[in-house]
Design a binder for this molecule. Structure first.
Ligand code: SF4
Ligand code: SF4
Length: 280
């Protein structure tokens, strides 16, 4: 039986007919890889923009935040594992095609002028990047903005498809160590390339989040290297240094001490102008 390779992310799943990829959101149908999670939403909520988190883009606004299911990474601490790890959990979804989602956002804006658009978030939206692209194009046509919240571990071609339609993005930079990314099923150079591409796009505001997980990425050396790299991409890039809380399969350690989060943020400030702490 012939198999087809998915080129969306560095995992490069080889899928036989009927197979579902490691992200659970793409499948081989009739010898083509298709986004089987397209339009299948699991979460829909209006959130303050600061919750994405975006600290320096349209402060005080709100955004219609949508999630589907699936993720190409498998972080043991995932707060949204109920939808991101769809292979391990039963997921309930409802079909909302781009036209309907944009109409919902327009209605929400009519009710509240602080509502600025749609955020693709909660799980990894780019495993169904076609849905992000198609909805974003429509949203722009109707005067709405688009926000992407992603781990950024996807191919350059995917980023090139979506970036013209994205107004602001928050990308997780989970670690500055290749082996840490490998353990999560991801690839550090791919994520760095995504951040670089977004920062090179003048129409896209970029913020980055690093969740500090005790014993995983909490050394000053690592935060220093990460911040120095971000600074040479753009000293104005915003970095959120956030606090881990035990979740899903990582309950063998306590939350990151608040003092440690503050100290690592200070280290990052040696290189970057805009550093925020979160979950403290
Ligand atoms: S996007 Fe999904 S199916 Fe495609 S290579 Fe990545 S994990 Fe595999
Ligand atoms: S990348 Fe995000 S959504 Fe995916 S498993 Fe990790 S924390 Fe969860």
């Amino acid at each position: 039986m012939s198999r087809v390779r998915c080129s969306t992310c560095p995992r490069g799943c080889l899928l036989a007919s009927g197979d579902v990829g490691a992200c659970r959101a793409r499948s081989n149908r009739n010898d083509c890889v298709v986004p089987s999670g397209y339009g299948r939403l699991t979460a829909l909520a209006i959130d303050p923009i600061e919750k994405k988190p975006l600290a320096r883009w349209r402060p005080g606004s709100t955004i219609l935040s949508v999630g589907g299911y699936g993720c190409n990474l498998h972080c043991a601490w995932c707060q949204n594992h109920g939808i991101s790890q769809a292979g391990e959990h039963e997921v309930t979804w409802r079909e909302v095609m781009p036209e309907e989602l944009v109409s919902l956002a327009q209605r929400a804006r009519q009710e509240d002028s602080r509502m600025v658009g749609i955020a693709y978030t909660y799980n990894e939206p780019l495993v169904c990047w076609e849905y992000v692209r198609d909805t974003s194009v429509l949203a722009h046509e109707r005067g709405l903005s688009n926000v992407l919240v992603s781990a950024g571990c996807v191919s350059e071609q995917v980023i090139a498809e979506v970036v013209p339609h994205i107004d602001a993005a928050n990308i997780d930079l989970k670690s500055f160590r290749a082996d840490t990314y490998r353990r999560l099923g991801g690839d550090l150079p791919t994520v760095l390339n995504t951040i670089q591409m977004l920062c090179d796009t003048p129409t896209c505001h970029v913020e980055v989040t690093t969740l500090v997980v005790p014993g995983v990425n909490d050394t000053k050396d690592e935060i220093r290297e990460l911040s120095a790299w971000l600074a040479q991409v753009d000293t104005n890039v915003v970095l959120h240094v956030t606090r881990f809380h035990p979740s899903w399969r990582m309950r063998d350690r306590g939350p990151t001490p608040v003092s440690e989060v503050y100290a690592l943020a200070e280290t990052a400030r040696e290189y970057l102008q805009y550093v925020y702490t979160g979950n403290c």
